[in-house]
Design a protein around this ligand. Structure first.
Ligand code: SF4
Ligand code: FES
Length: 231
């Protein structure tokens, strides 16, 4: 039996199955809510907070909050857009996201959100970290300076036994996402491509391959992020 419920996003009447997370329910109704740590098929964990919305006066992460009947969700107000822009800016200053030199430029979700929220120069001081680049794996390059620690690679890139190719190492300021050396040696070309695709930024790059799609012809060069969802 269907359990469709009604709710509103920015005043628009929407419907979805009870229990659907707001991000997904919005998508089903042609409304885009930005995500970074969340991706379809992976259990949400609410770490990046870019999907923040307001429900009954409270800010909540919409990737981890299920819709409820009669819920009124605010996603497009100026203060929420400003909050999201600040999150993007903070990510830019805490890593080295030098877009013109990145193979992910034009396919990068962080860069695309920078454009969406019209980020010019970040309002916060740059960290200019020097976290290094691991090129020891046969298939991929792992650039730690661009990693936003979203965990999408850890959750989605696994071998046939369900073992993850990526893992967290260290804690606090030294926390980083690293590649399991042993597993990395067995990584196929397809898995390497998928890892690069699932990383929302340019922290995972396939080795010995660049500019197969030229700059200017990549996904977000043509259309803003989320435009495939909006009706
Ligand atoms: S490598 Fe990419 S997918 Fe993995 S945690 Fe870092 S930013 Fe996320
Ligand atoms: S996408 Fe919801 S917290 Fe990251």
């Amino acid at each position: 039996m269907s359990s469709l419920i009604k709710f509103k996003i920015d005043g628009a009447e929407c419907m979805a199955e009870a229990g659907t997370f707001i991000v997904e329910a919005a998508r089903q109704n042609g409304i885009y809510i930005p995500t970074l740590c969340n991706m379809p098929g992976v259990k949400p964990k609410g770490s990046c907070r870019i999907c923040t919305v307001r429900i009954n006066g409270r800010l909540m992460t919409s990737c981890t909050t299920p819709v409820a009947d009669g819920m009124e969700i605010e996603s497009n107000s100026n203060d929420i857009k400003e909050l999201r822009k600040s999150i993007v800016e903070l990510m830019f200053v805490s890593g080295n996201h030098f877009c013109p030199a990145c193979e992910k430029s034009g396919n990068c979700e962080l860069q695309a959100l920078g454009y969406l929220y019209q980020m010019m120069v970040p309002r916060y001081p740059y960290d200019f970290p020097n976290r290094g680049v691991d090129a020891s794996s046969p298939k991929i390059i792992k650039d730690q300076n661009r990693c936003i620690q979203c965990k999408r690679c850890i959750k989605s890139i696994k071998d046939e036994q369900g073992r993850s190719y990526f893992a967290f190492r260290n804690r606090g300021n030294h926390l980083e996402v690293v590649l399991d050396e042993e597993l990395a040696a067995t990584m196929t070309d397809e898995t390497a491509e998928l890892a690069m695709k699932n990383c929302p930024v340019g922290s995972i790059l396939v080795k010995e391959k660049g500019f197969a799609t030229p700059i200017g012809k990549r996904k977000f060069d043509h259309q803003p992020i989320g435009s495939d969802i909006r009706v």
